[in-house]
Design a protein around this ligand. Structure first.
Ligand code: GLC
Length: 734
């Protein structure tokens, strides 16, 4: 009886009891699919396209429907109560237009630290918190699904989108992506884990074929997606533009069905990247449910394929179901429309805290934190006055402001040398006038480092307490980075560091170099000159305040490198197989001949080629790591250790757990990260016990088919790595 009533009630609500047209509900999707015409089904399988009337718009993903500036929308089917849903970028915050033609109101969003910076915190709780406020903003502005996170592996330091990615390591990348997904989806806003898979370069991305050994694909490049899907259940996955071993990712049944759905148990929706793929029928058949941004040509192709029998209605209904199951989860479907009034001030505070925790201290010869006598600061480098808050392309965010380093220092009560400030301000204003208008899909034209005379540097050394030199690097979607004046510092930058250090050291003053960068830069040739080096990454709109928090000692740096800084680009294993403007590497095909030798997996065997290793970072305090216990349990490994702050300042410690089979081939890594944890802020003398527990299957490597190889009876080496020491033990499992 109870079910009959529910069924009748359901029919009454959905309208189908009296032959009326049913209306979509969370539990009548089969009925809706049965009521849809073929045309309606096909219209749902692709988005509304770029609907902006302004053809001059340079933004790839942008619509004026519903939420102007969002990346796109699906199509509504009013007859059946199916709403259009709105999807927007991106990994560093919500990207929508800040202003609308018909509204005096502004629609600014918070520009958070980029994914690389969040990974550098090694703090999944913080990353989840950032995801939570990002999700709140998305919900407030009526965004149903955020096109984030992006978790491709940093195969090569020159990939233009590395700033949107987390790491060279799949566990750090996967755990961070999972944390971001949990945070965003906690607000009822979906995510789209991207770009699945092997989108590890921007050059020729739409047609490039990533040629990779299957075992390497499973063990390295797919692993971060596997961790994120299994642990956080993203509502959707976005396929990559590129081909994978010959087949476009969005037309690839091995990726989309065998691995994603059958092996990992993914139950969400798969969408293309914007204009991704060539063959809509192959995309549908492979399991790519939604074609974005969508076009009439695609719909005509699908209708013709259905008529010819090339595309079965079974496939169409399967993909329609995946889309509808996502639609009914959205806040919009549930009748909630955002208030367009997110708490931007509170979100900026979270962004500032995350940006400060992302900062990695690479070198500190007694200059940081600033001593109480430091009041007057000489800021050198264009970027000291024009902080780079994030990267370019779809990962941009239209925020209300960006705090520069000098503004941050001033806010913290320091006196920034006014003559230098005035000179840089005038120079930057004049030079920017001369730059060509930035093209969304091209490298942003950079102002050449302002020339300074020795006298000007001399004067500053006599009238200030210390110098900060900021080196800036941005990068973006659509293009990869270069070597000269990008990976390598320019002559002007090298000269500035050398001359400022010479003059300030002669005056008994110290010099700090700050790297406000999108990723790895060369450091070995100049790092001996300054007294301290910090990496602030692209720290979002509050970057200047966050840097001042660390320089002043208000925050103890606790960031650790999420990727290796090599001595030279030539040391990078993939440098022979990465397309550069002047090298002969193919554009059509990128051969991943380095196999598993990516990042520390290679550099552990070549420590002489490392400037700063993966996982490295200094603190203002010291920590001990004691009472280490390694206990194999029934089907998992339990490790614990006691961390104590043995120094004089409060701080957070990161503990990294690496494991390697005792018996392994020469082309296998010496060790691999399997878990990590971060303490809360520990006061001097305070301690915290950290626990790591993970299933043995995490230790297994996959074979060419993605099947786990049985764990070794020879035992495993376990490395517990803190800032100061690494503890090694060997365990055997029966
Ligand atoms: C872009 C990007 C993707 C983004 C989408 C929508 O080309 O590759 O990351 O989410 O289009 O803007």
């Amino acid at each position: 009886m109870k079910y009959t009533i529910c069924f009748l009630t359901g029919c009454l609500l959905s309208g189908s009891a009296f032959g009326q047209t049913p209306r979509l509900m969370a539990d009548n999707i089969s009925e809706i699919i049965a009521a849809m015409t073929v045309g309606e089904k096909v219209s749902l399988l692709s988005g509304t396209g770029r609907t902006d009337p302004d053809e001059g718009q340079t933004v790839v993903g942008a619509t004026t429907d519903i939420v102007p500036g969002a990346a796109g929308t699906t199509r509504a089917i009013e007859r059946l109560g199916i709403p259009a849903i709105v999807v927007a970028d991106g990994p560093a915050g919500v990207r929508i237009d800040a202003h609308r033609k018909d509204s005096p109101k502004s629609y600014y969003c918070t520009r958070f630290p980029v994914a690389t910076a969040l990974a550098a915190t090694w703090n999944t709780s913080l990353t989840e918190e950032v995801g939570g406020v990002m999700g709140e903003e998305a919900r407030s502005y009526g965004i149903d699904l955020l096109l984030a996170p992006a978790t491709n592996i940093m195969r090569n330091p020159l990939c233009g989108r590395n700033f949107e990615y987390y790491s060279e390591d799949p566990v750090l990348a996967g755990k961070m992506a999972a944390a971001a997904i949990r945070g965003i989806q906690s607000c009822g806003v979906g995510t789209s884990l991207k770009h699945f898979a092997l989108n590890n370069q921007e050059t020729a991305r739409a047609k490039n074929n990533a040629c990779v050994a299957p075992a390497v694909m499973h063990n390295l490049y797919l692993r971060p997606f596997e961790i994120a899907v299994r642990e956080a259940r993203p509502w959707s996955v976005m396929t990559a533009y590129n081909r994978v071993n010959g087949t476009p990712a969005s037309e690839n049944p091995l990726l989309l069905d065998t691995v994603l759905r059958q092996k990992w148990g993914f139950r969400g929706m798969v969408m293309t990247d914007w204009y991704g793929g060539q063959n809509p029928v192959a995309q549908m058949t492979a399991g790519n449910d939604l074609l974005m941004p969508g076009s009439d040509r695609q719909r005509e192709t699908l209708l013709a394929a259905i008529r010819s029998g090339e595309l079965s209605m079974k496939t169409v209904d399967r993909n329609v179901r995946n889309i509808l199951e996502l639609v009914v989860k959205t806040n919009r479907f549930k009748g909630e429309c955002g208030d367009d009034s997110p708490d931007l001030e509170a979100h900026a505070a979270v962004s500032r805290r995350a940006a400060a925790e992302a900062i990695v201290l690479l070198k500190n010869d007694g200059v940081l934190p600033f001593s109480g006598s430091v009041r007057r600061i000489a800021a050198f480098g264009n970027t000291s006055y024009d902080l780079i808050a994030g990267g370019t392309g779809s990962g941009e965010v239209n925020c209300a402001y960006t705090v520069s380093l000098t503004e941050g220092l001033t806010n913290a009560g320091y006196a920034v040398d006014s003559l230098l400030t005035g000179k840089y301000a005038s120079y930057l204003a004049a030079q920017k006038q001369l730059l060509p208008a930035p093209q969304w899909s091209q490298p942003q034209p950079q102002v050449i480092e302002m020339p300074l005379s020795d006298d000007e540097i001399e004067r500053a050394s006599a009238t200030t307490d210390l110098a900060v030199i900021t080196i800036g690097r941005s990068s973006g979607e659509f293009f990869d980075r270069g070597l000269d004046n990008d990976f390598y510092l320019s002559e002007a930058e090298q000269s500035l560091i050398s001359r400022v250090c010479t003059r300030f050291h002669a005056a008994g003053k110290q010099v700090i170099v700050l790297l406000n960068v999108c990723g790895v830069v060369e450091t070995a040739s100049w790092r001996d000159a300054p007294d301290a080096i910090l990496v602030s990454w692209l720290g979002g709109q509050e970057g200047g305040n966050a840097i001042a928090d660390v320089l002043s000692g208000a925050v103890t740096p606790s960031g650790r490198l999420p990727m290796t800084f090599p001595m030279d680009y030539a040391d990078v294993p993939s440098s022979e197989n990465f397309p550069l403007p002047d090298n002969t590497a193919s554009r059509d095909e990128t051969r991943y001949e380095e196999g598993m030798m990516v990042g520390y997996r290679y550099f552990d065997k070549h420590p002489e080629q490392v400037a700063y290793p993966f996982g490295y970072g200094l603190s203002y305090t010291e920590f001990s790591c004691e009472d280490i216990s390694v206990e194999p349990a029934a089907d998992s490994l339990c490790v614990s250790c006691r961390i104590t702050n043995t120094g004089r300042m409060p701080g957070k410690e990161v503990v990294q757990l690496y494991i390697a089979p005792t018996a392994r081939a020469a082309d296998q890594p010496d060790k691999e990260l399997k878990a990590f944890a971060k303490t809360r802020t520990l006061a001097p003398g305070e301690g915290e016990t950290l626990h790591f527990t993970f299933p043995f299957r995490y230790l297994a490597r996959y074979d060419d088919t993605g099947i786990p190889i049985p764990i070794s009876s020879e035992g495993y080496s376990i490395y517990v790595k803190g800032t100061a020491e690494t503890y090694k033990t060997v365990v055997k499992f029966d």
